[in-house]
Structure formats: C-alpha cells, structure tokens
Design a protein around this ligand. Sequence first.
Ligand SMILES: [Mg+2]
Length: 424
Amino acid sequence: MAVTGMERHIVHMDMDTFFVSVERLMNSKLIGKPVIIGGMSDRGVVSSCSYEARHFGVHSAMPMKMARALCSEAIVIRGDMDAYTRHSRVVTEIIAEKAPVYEKASIDEHYLDITGMDRFFGCMQWTHELRQRIMKETGLPISCGLSVNKTVSKIATGEAKPNGEMEIPDRQVKNFLSPLSIRKIPMIGNQTFHLLRSMGISTIGTLGQIPMEMMDSLLGKNGIVIWKKANGIDPTPVVQYSERKSIGSERTFQRDTMDVAGLHDLITSMVEKLAFQLRKEEKLTSCVTVKIRYSNFDTHTLQKRVAYTSFDHVLMPIARELFDRLYQRRMLIRLVGVRFSGLVRGVQQLNLFEDTSEMVHLYLAVDKLRRRYGSDSVKRASGIQLHDLEERSAQSQLQKAVPSPEDRQQIDNLKNRRWRYWYR
Ligand SMILES: [Mg+2]
C-alpha cells in the first residue's frame, strides 16, 4: 500500500473522554458536571474523567482516593464496559462504511488511510464530514488529526482536543512538532522522558536535532524510532481491521471422549494460552467461539460477543458456559476448539473497574514468567500460589538493579500500555 516517495494522508480519530461521553449519553444529568470513572474502592484508579474534573487536578491513572480528595463533588461511576464496547462498534461501523482502509487501534481510536482521496475531494473536507457524521449518529464527541503519517496525526488529534480537528500538511510537520514537549511522542513514557529531560532535551525540535547515533546508544533500536518520530518520520502502515481475524486452538482426540471434567480442563488451558497470546500481541478480543465435533462428525459452534478483554478470568467462564450449552447430547466428542475474534490491536486491557495494582502486577508477573519460560510454565491447575509468582518476579527484578536501555524501554512500553487504556 505504502509507496515510497508518495505522500500519504492518514487520519487519526479519537473519541473525547469516551467512557464519560457514553455515560452522559445514558444519563444527561452528568452533562457539565465533574465525572470520574474507575474503581470504586480506595485502591482503585481513575480510568477516565471529564474535563470538569480535570480542572480540579484529577487525571487518568490517579488513585481514586486522591481523585476524590481533590474533587469531592465529582460524580464517581464504576463504568460499564459492555456499553462502551457497544458504542465503540457503532463508531467502527460508520468508519468502515466510508473509509477505504482503517485500523481499529483501540476501543475509542481509529486510523484511516485516505491516500488518493484528494483526487476526488479535499482530504480535510472528507475528514470533517466523517467526523460530523459520527457525532450526529452516535451523539458522542470525537476529535481528529489529518497528516502524513500515524504519529503526526495522533499528535495533531491530541492538540485538537477536545471536540476539534486539525490538519498538518507535509510542509508544516516540522514547525508543528518542534515546540511540543517530547512527552507528546506516543512512545515516550516516564522513564525515557526523565532520561531525556536530564540531558536537557524537552522539546521535540531539540530531540530531532541530536545525532541519531546518540539515541541509538541511549535507547537502542527504540531510540532510533523515537528520533525518527521526532523528525516527523513514521512509515508504519494503517493495517486493515477485520472482525473475522482471529486466534484459535483446536484439539482432536486420539480416542473420542465424554469426560466433561477433562474437557473443561482442556478448554481452560486453551483459553489461558490464547489469552496470553492476546496480551503478548497487545490485543483484545470481543468475541468468543467454542466448537465441538461429535464422533459422528456432527459439528456445532456457539459464539458470544463480549466486552473487550484479554483476561483469562473473564474469558474462562464464558468459554465454559458456551461449551456447556453446546454439549447437550451425551455423545462421544472427537474435537473441541476455542477461538477469539473481533480483535483490536495495540492495547493491553487492564480490568479498569476492579483494577487494583495487585491484579495488574499479577498479570504482568505471570506473563513475564511465561515469556521467559514458555507459555506452559504457568498454569492455573499447577497449584502455584499467586503470591509465589509475585515473589519470584520481585526476585528476578532485584537481580537486575540497573536496567539496560532495552529494559528501560520495555518498562516504558508496559506502562504506556497501561496508560493507553486510560482514555482521554
Ligand atoms: Mg479517547
């Protein structure tokens, strides 16, 4: 798709305070008031908040206790991932109808490649009309940026928020980026930010002027990517989203079986492996399918749409329920399969509304072990106690007191992933 030397037209669209906006759609009394969405317990965190709440200093990822202290009149809502998933689908459907190529980057974020559209319409006019249409049909505010690549378009959206749109043509890219804080580059998290700040680098313009080799020695391969982004270079393509794209696992038995307990265990371990794969690839699923084939080759599937997730503990009961509904006949089974589809790229979901830091750390710890020792290394059935896992991961962290540049970037990536789920 991407032809070298050809100017691309990439749109980034991002819903404004998405969760809050959906809540306001369902309850108009929330309009104009400070609203905070997140975990209700003191250990919970803010996952989204309205601009009114931000005036009090509340921001995403802040401990709920602190947020309540800062803004006592805020209306605190637990959040409804099902509703957000439904509205997200409607937005995607509108975009799918109009855009030649689009990527669903997260629940409230899309990239569109509209290169070539300027032969028929002005690209900005087209983008403007699509944005108006989304707002009219969904009742939700959305902002967008139009530029030559994903990074610049995303930064432009950030600058256009709330409820705005911005076009940065090729010739203006450098001037636009130059005065902005290096924090605005999506890859730069706290660690990298402080490292660069300690070297006196605070604007994108300055970052773009330092020698590329220096970024290489500071941050390795990622340093070069960051340096290129600072110079307005980002060749990554918009990857077409497909509802049907999926990951799955099937098992055909050597000898047909009716052992329901054994089948439950098998489905559990399939879900575990697939969910780990989702998290590893930074994806979420919104549809679970279970398949069984009887010994006479009669094959049945059942699927269920779910709120976006990549968590075992959410997906397991769904897969089991589907299996129980499917397996009605007392007949030998030849094959079972589990499949996740309706995948969204690029985001790690943390369970927003029950999110405690313990839960987050647990998943990070388990996944780290799996990455190191293989996806079979940690299993629910193995009887490993959760605190053992945390201890083991804490120990492995102790061994490496000084993070390498790669480690530092990886930590940033993990944190960014977390942060990216706190929607603006
Ligand atoms: Mg957003």
